[in-house]
Design a protein around this ligand. Structure first.
Ligand code: HEC
Length: 157
């Protein structure tokens, strides 16, 4: 192998490793990323469900069931470690929208989590039973996401 090729492989390798290394240096930043990733998975799966309920995309029983079940699977995740102390937007202004209130009122946020869990379970049971059944349960889901965000997330983000 040519020296330049070797060097290129080394550089590409280093660029792949570096972001992970940066998180290792600051586990709190890693935690913030992990909880945001969970939220992104929630919105990735909830998005089509909202769109189907509103008739923005055609209702598809199989897709609705899959998406709602994915939300249910995510409930099984114990991602508590991603909510470590000292990771609010006070300490990490640019990286997170999580308000200090989460930790100041801990474990109040868990009540919102319970409401959310209930909404997801009811939605998962109904999502495949037609657009009306989906519509009937999607409101509670939207409400659960919004109420927690209103309470514990920085506005306008
Ligand atoms: C129990 C509280 C709670 C519930 C329920 C909740 N979220 Fe969140 N969500 C948060 C908090 C807190 C943040 C801020 C996380 C951060 O920036 O560190 C957040 C952030 C987000 C983000 C931004 C992620 C990013 O990359 O910045 C999205 C998108 C999101 N939530 C979607 C949803 C959706 C969709 C639902 C419902 C299906 C939902 N959330 C339910 C508390 C909640």
């Amino acid at each position: 192998m040519k020296f330049t090729t070797k060097l290129l492989i080394l550089l590409v390798g280093a660029s792949l490793v570096l972001p992970v290394y940066a998180d290792k240096k600051d586990p709190k930043l890693g935690a913030i990323k992990a909880r945001k990733a969970e939220m992104l998975l929630r919105s990735f799966n909830a998005g089509p469900l909202f769109a189907m309920a509103k008739g923005k995309i055609p209702y598809d029983a199989k897709k609705a069931t899959t998406m709602a079940n994915n939300l249910k699977v995510l409930l099984e995740l114990n991602n508590g470690a991603a909510w470590m102390q000292g990771t609010s937007n006070k300490e990490y202004k640019k990286d997170t929208t999580a308000l200090p209130k989460i930790w100041d009122t801990w474990p109040k946020i868990a009540d919102y989590g319970k409401d959310y869990g209930k909404a997801v379970n009811e939605l998962a049971a109904a999502a495949g039973n037609g657009q009306d059944a989906l519509k009937a349960k999607i409101k509670a889901l939207g409400k659960a996401c919004k109420e927690c965000h209103d309470e514990f997330r920085e506005k306008d983000k």
